[in-house]
Design a binder for this molecule. Structure first.
Ligand code: MF3
Ligand code: CO
Length: 264
């Protein structure tokens, strides 16, 4: 398998794309409570992508019909925006967006909790903890990411951290490299064994996207052919940062402020 390193010029553009995407995600988070449905939020996201002179990367990808994936509560990823899917306080909402900018790609996701007085304190604490653990799993694996690290090592450290906190990692969906395509090889799983898998090279950019569940890790796909939800109907969370792999270390390209979990 050919893993293509990026030129310095390409990396500069991917960094810009990650910055722009971070702004788009911030705007989506700021707008979420104004939205009646996930389609309202999708429309704001599409407009913002255009405003930044970018193209939506998801629309048309394997036939996906929208600019964003908006997944609520037990929906894990790939939720298709729909006017009948209402956004309400008390929900856990993940927002996943991809853009194409100067022929290169950026892809990132966050999960927010829409705080509600109707939810008891213990449940709220559990939700906050779920989001925090899923997000922190990225920072926990970061020190291991550098030239030559194996995909199994990355997965192992994410899985170990998440399981040590009492949650589970989803096995059916994985992260990926990115740049000239939305999804490039190698896959970046959130589970694995040290020393296994392909080597991740310097001058590549990877999307580390932990998907974490409170219950069992098995998922099912809805009749719409896209929306992935937890089989047991329990809550889950998804975060996705873009990370530049360098010779001796790595650098997160998407903004902490945009991707970090938010209680809104
Ligand atoms: N961030 C998701 C991923 O990396 C986006 C799904 S792409 C879609 O797989 F276009 F299929 F939605
Ligand atoms: Co992705």
């Amino acid at each position: 398998m050919i893993i293509e390193k990026k030129s310095d010029k390409e990396i500069k553009i991917i960094k810009e794309a990650a910055e722009i995407l971070s702004q788009i995600i911030l705007k989506a988070k700021k707008s979420i409570l104004k939205c009646n449905s996930t389609l309202d939020l999708e429309n704001i996201i599409c407009d913002t992508i255009k405003k930044y002179n970018c193209e939506p990367a998801f629309k048309g990808y394997r036939g996906y019909p929208a600019c964003s994936c908006i997944s609520i509560d037990d929906e894990l990823v790939h939720g298709i925006p729909n006017k009948n899917k209402k956004i309400k306080r008390g929900q856990v909402v993940s927002i996943d967006i991809g853009i194409k900018y100067k022929n290169l790609y950026a892809d990132a996701a966050t999960t927010v909790f829409l705080d509600s007085q109707d939810i008891d304190i213990e449940k709220k604490q559990e939700i906050k903890n779920l989001l925090e653990v899923a997000y922190q799993s990225i920072y926990n694996v970061l020190p291991y990411i550098k030239d030559g690290v194996r995909t199994g090592d990355v997965g192992f450290h994410i899985q170990r951290f998440v399981e040590s906190k009492g949650y589970n990692v989803i096995r059916e969906y994985v992260g990926h490299a990115i740049g000239r395509e939305l999804h490039e090889k190698p896959d970046i799983p959130n589970f694995g064994n040290p020393g296994e898998g392909l080597r991740i090279l310097s001058n590549t950019v990877i999307c580390v996207e932990p998907m974490v569940s409170i219950g069992d890790w098995h998922t099912v796909v809805d009749k719409d052919g896209w929306t992935v939800r937890m089989k047991d109907g329990k809550l889950c969370a998804h975060f996705e940062h873009m990370i530049l792999v360098r010779e001796q270390d790595s650098q997160i390209l998407t903004d902490h402020e945009a991707i970090k979990p938010e209680i809104i």
